[in-house]
Write a protein that binds this ligand. Sequence first.
Ligand SMILES: Cc1ncc(COP(=O)(O)O)c(C=O)c1O
Length: 318
Amino acid sequence: MTMRADYIWMNGKIIPWDEAQVHVFTHALHYGSSVFEGIRVYETPNGPAIFRGREHYERLLYSAKVARIPSPYTVDEYLQATIDTVKANQQRSAYVRPLAFRGYNTLGVDGRGCPVEVIIASVPWGAYLGKEGLEQGVDVQVSTWRRMAPDTLNALAKIGGQYVNSQNIVMEARDNGFAEGIALDINGYVSEGSGENIFLIVKGKIYTPPLANSILGGITRDCATQIAQELGYTVTEAVLPREMLYMADEIFFTGTAAEITPVRSVDRLPVGEEQRAAPLPERIRRASSALSKASARHISLADDGGISLPPEIGCGCL
Ligand SMILES: Cc1ncc(COP(=O)(O)O)c(C=O)c1O
């Protein structure tokens, strides 16, 4: 189904969805000169709430700095524009896609002579790796595509052109009958999925690759780490050889779109033993979901300015 909404925010104004258009000579279309975010708005008892909105927009500004795409707006302006967009679309929950890109002027690869344009879209979007995947786990493969070497592109920034690498990973996986691919880094160590960070649980300890393994510093990764620590687990950032994927008792992906999705098999080898009671990813997912949907240190779209975080959860994840 085509993704759409009634309204979209473009260059400072809310306009009808179909009026948000660009010229085919737009620089970003040719060279991927754009930076973007993916943000979720969850329904809460106090109205829709933006999940970690400030951090997402701080990352957008960081990506813009790295890509040398000057952002015309501040974090606060982006947050307000997000609220305005979700309100205009009368959405109770949404997936929000902010995008800043080099527009139309010249065609040289150095696009700094092109104007910067910005959109914020808010659309309905369910479970990225499927509802069943969220509940039952997904089957994945180790990709033949590697993540970019650290001195080639900017893994820590969400820059449009870099997502050709993610497209290679996910298209190969889907063509081979898997839901997603796990990419290794340039040295053959576990990096991340095409649009998700990865966590492994081995003998009760949780591991995730560090930033130096060409991963995006995921906001959900940070949240899952905090929740796991609050549940009493040790979370270690470690360089992980590929075979740890086959040793792991549990594996899960984290990401704004994928939320927390368990991995059921890697390269057709089942992860851990079957029939485990209340696996950790599920517990983290429930905690995360409870946090995101029912509690908040959030920017509420309701007029009361948000509700306070329940002390028993005590995690600054929103
Ligand atoms: C390549 C990549 N890794 C990881 C993630 C997860 O990051 P986050 O949790 O901030 O959505 C994303 C999604 O933005 C991504 O595109």
